[in-house]
Write a protein that binds this ligand. Structure first.
Ligand code: ADP
Length: 466
């Protein structure tokens, strides 16, 4: 068996085996190790044993290890990208981009240090701030960006001196396991452990007294469960959860220039992006032309197997999500007007073409809920005040976009959006050295940047009379 768990520095078979499906065919293309609860306990115990020595290393020593890991992944980048397309479905160019981002994240965090900081120095008193690692932390990652969600968790955790249990999504475990294979020759035993489950071991991690923190990216419903199961041990949590981001098109845009940009913001990764534009608000005056332009783009998009270089949009990653989207499609056909797409492709695999839905009511599920797929509801609005109220009328508050020829006009609008991020005339620009995090039900805490790094540490004040 090629794909193994990493426990205490050893690549090991699982108590069971898990089939991994290529979403472009609907068929299993690989099998991997699946851990049972006893193996997860072994991994946690190994991480606990490894913690004292790893946390005692200097920043420079840990940095060298992390950079070596980044270099080793880089050396096998093509293999990672191909495997990512096979298990996730995304077009190969996007997989290559994702692997590049995952490597860049490791390098960015490797250079971040948490030094002793003087907070106050006055006659008789000196107050210092130290940041200490938490211990064993768990990284639970989703299936939409298996690599790009992973390294921005494990790199800041490791560089600050924590040891890690990484648990990938059961439908996309292989690239994480390959990273484990690479790491097994670089990191000391127990520092990074890779445990694959079938959605059955998450609760063990979040309840475990020897796990100090969970960094979770996934759905809001599961995020709430993580919080519940972490309560008894006061688990430190970073939760990056769902979103239902509004894209607000202003009335000054040229439709032919902006339609492709809005389309891309909604359809990248077949819409399986937490920050995807999930509701498109267009001024009434431009509504018809914008709907038509987006529908034309949807009809032109090349949907197919991500391994084919011509493919622009790959399959839905897994059957459960595919079926969820089919129920959204039923509703869209019943309550709105589908002007492009609208039915799954008649071929094996989980293919849903980009689908454009107009004249759909505000209370439709496709507008209220997170579709997480290539289904785009377009809504008309008449005034800026109205569209801001509608954009904010959501349990979510992850991101949002504003599209205009005059960015200065968008700035005061952006300031009134209740979310952790607003992009103006751009999308998904997320520098690793700046933080992001969701408002409302979109999450707790932040990732990336110094703030994200610090969430893997405990602040300690040392207050001395001198
Ligand atoms: P999906 O939408 O694909 O089901 P989710 O966002 O719900 O994905 O996340 C599923 C992940 O959360 C799995 O890795 C699962 O093991 C993990 N999980 C489920 N319940 C808990 C819990 N109570 N604590 C920690 N992780 C959990």
């Amino acid at each position: 068996m090629g794909y193994k768990l990493l426990i205490d520095g050893e690549l090991v078979n699982g108590a069971q085996i898990l089939d991994v499906i290529n979403p472009a065919t609907g068929e299993a293309f690989a099998a991997c190790a699946r851990a049972d609860a006893a193996q997860l306990e072994q991994a946690i115990a190994a991480a606990k044993r490894a913690f004292p020595a790893w946390s005692a290393l200097s920043h420079e020593q840990r940095r060298a290890k992390l950079l070596a890991l980044a270099d080793a992944v880089q050396a096998r980048a093509e293999e990672f990208a191909r495997l990512l397309t096979l298990e996730q479905g995304k077009p190969l160019a996007q997989a290559e981009h994702e692997v590049g981002g995952a490597i860049a994240a490791m390098r960015t965090f490797a250079d971040m240090d948490t030094q002793l900081k003087m907070l106050r120095e006055e006659p008789g008193t000196r107050i210092l701030q130290q940041r200490t690692p938490l211990g064993v932390v768990a990284a639970i990652t989703p299936w939409n960006f298996p690599m790009l969600m992973l390294t921005p968790k494990i790199a800041p955790a490791l560089i600050t001196g924590n040891t890690v249990i990484a648990k990938p999504a059961p439908t996309t475990p292989l690239t994480t396991m390959l990273l484990g294979e690479v790491a097994s020759t670089i990191l000391p035993p127990g520092v990074l452990n890779i445990v694959v489950d079938a959605n059955d071991l998450g609760g063990v991690l979040s309840r475990h007294p020897d796990v100090a923190k969970i960094s979770f990216t996934g759905s809001t419903a599961t995020g709430k469960k993580v919080m519940e199961s972490g309560a008894s041990t006061l688990k430190r949590l970073t939760l990056e959860l769902g979103g239902n981001d509004a894209a607000i098109v202003l009335d000054d845009v040229d439709v032919s220039t902006f339609a492709p940009r809005v389309f891309q913001a909604a359809m990248l990764n077949a819409g399986q992006v937490c920050f995807a534009a999930k509701r498109i608000y267009v001024p009434s005056r431009l509504y018809g032309p914008m709907c038509d332009a987006l529908a034309a783009l949807a009809r032109d998009a090349v949907v197919g197997d991500g391994l084919e270089r011509s493919t622009q949009i790959g399959p839905i990653q897994n059957q459960m999500q595919y079926e969820k989207l089919l129920s959204f499609l039923d509703e869209a056909r019943a309550r709105g007007k589908v002007i492009a797409g609208g039915a799954p492709l008649d071929r094996p695999g989980y293919f849903i073409p980009p689908t454009i839905v107009r004249d759909i009511p505000h209370d439709a599920r496709l507008v209220r809920e997170e579709q997480f797929g290539p289904l785009m509801p377009i809504l008309a609005y008449d005034s800026i005040d109205e569209v801001i109220v509608r954009a904010n009328d959501s349990e979510y508050g992850l991101g949002g976009t504003i599209w205009t020829t005059d960015p200065e006009r968008a700035l005061p609008i952006a300031q009134r959006i209740d979310s952790g991020m607003v992009w103006i005339n751009k999308h998904l620009d997320l520098p690793f050295d700046l933080p992001f995090g969701g408002a409302k039900s979109s999450g707790i805490g932040s990732e990336y940047g110094r703030e994200g790094l610090e969430e893997f540490t405990q602040r300690k004040l040392i207050n001395m009379a001198v």
